[in-house]
Every structure is written in structure tokens, then in C-alpha cells.
Design a protein around this ligand. Structure first.
Ligand code: SF4
Length: 186
């Protein structure tokens, strides 16, 4: 019964997306699918993807269709939510993230908000739920003067790669590092 309810929810609920790729090596470790959400309210100077800003742009798809496409590539170890701003569609993103995690995939989420802002916004629909299913949060807006070429998986040095669960448990920011046991490509 619960499974039928979930399937019906995934068939009915939608997200507005800017695009989706099923093989990415640049949005987190390993081979990943990446979902680009449509709509962003940060308007960062130097944004590489301003076509994603308009919340009425892009394409609206059911979560069931998005999930199927994100899992098409059998070689992926994880999925990345990018944008646009995933937290502008937090409820849909959380539902997607929950299914992806249940399928054994890790989840990275790029956001223009800082982690502390999201923790303070946990009362808003879907925000806490999305954080709870996020393995690594790449936080903060793109800041042009902080742009560096040598940064791993982020565009400007103000952004952080935050291990969400560990940071919440230890009540301090724990950053993701490509350790010897965690190759960028495995
Ligand atoms: S948060 Fe990302 S998508 Fe939004 S304006 Fe900034 S760089 Fe562009």
C-alpha cells in the first residue's frame, strides 16, 4: 500500500528542470548523473548558467520520469543536483533524493545558499528533508572575485564541500576532501 502511494506521488508530483546529463565527471566524485533544476534567485555575477534563472523556463517533468532518466546509466555511483537552485524546489528535490539514496546512490547538492542559512530555514517545506538526504552540500553563491582555477568541484573559494550528516552530528562544518581511500574517479 505504501509503495503504491509512493508510486502515485512520483507520477503526480513534478519538478521544473533546465536539463539532465547521465554521465558527468565534473559535478562530484565518480561517474554521476546530474540534474539541473530550473529557477534561481541568487543572480550571481558571472553565473555560467543564467538561462536557469527564470522559474517559468525549462521543462516540467514528473518525478517518476526524472528518476528513470537519472538512473539510466548503470555506471553511475551518485547523482548531483545543480541548477538553478535545487532548494527553490526543495520538496520535489527531497522526494527525488530520498528515492536515489534508497537505490544506493550518493547525493551531492549545489546551492547558492550557505549551509547556515539552510539550517535556519529548516521550517520551510522540503528544506530539512532535502538536507537529510544530501551527502555533500556545495554551498554558497558563485563570487567572481573568489574564482580560482585550482578548486575541486566548486567555482569560487567561498564555496564549501560540506558533509551534511557529520556536520550536523558534530555541530561544526566538516568538509569533504578527496582522501586516498576516496578517489575522485571511483
Ligand atoms: S546560484 Fe548557481 S545558478 Fe544561481 S546564479 Fe549563482 S551560480 Fe548561477
Amino acid at each position: 500500500m505504501a509503495k503504491q502511494l509512493l508510486e502515485s506521488q512520483l507520477q503526480k508530483a513534478t519538478a521544473r528542470i533546465a536539463g539532465l546529463v547521465t554521465e558527468s565527471l565534473v559535478d562530484g566524485p565518480g561517474i554521476r548523473s546530474t540534474l539541473f533544476f530550473q529557477g534561481c534567485t541568487h543572480f550571481c555575477d558571472g553565473c555560467h548558467n543564467p538561462a536557469t534563472w527564470d522559474e517559468k523556463g525549462g521543462t516540467e517533468l514528473t518525478l517518476a520520469v526524472i528518476l528513470a532518466r537519472l538512473q539510466m546509466n548503470p555506471l553511475i555511483s551518485g547523482v548531483t543536483f545543480s541548477g538553478g537552485e535545487p532548494f527553490c524546489q526543495a520538496e520535489a528535490a527531497a522526494l527525488l533524493g530520498k528515492q536515489l539514496r534508497a537505490a544506493g546512490l550518493n547525493l551531492w547538492v549545489y546551492t547558492g545558499y550557505y549551509f547556515e542559512e539552510l539550517l535556519a530555514a529548516c521550517g520551510k517545506p522540503g528544506v530539512k528533508e532535502l538536507l537529510m538526504v544530501t551527502d555533500v552540500l556545495v554551498d554558497g553563491p558563485f563570487v567572481k572575485v573568489n574564482q580560482r582555477d585550482n578548486l575541486v568541484f566548486r567555482g569560487s573559494s567561498n564555496q564549501r564541500l560540506i558533509r551534511v550528516a557529520e556536520s550536523i552530528t558534530q555541530n561544526r562544518i566538516i568538509q569533504w576532501e578527496p582522501a586516498a581511500q576516496e578517489s575522485l574517479f571511483s
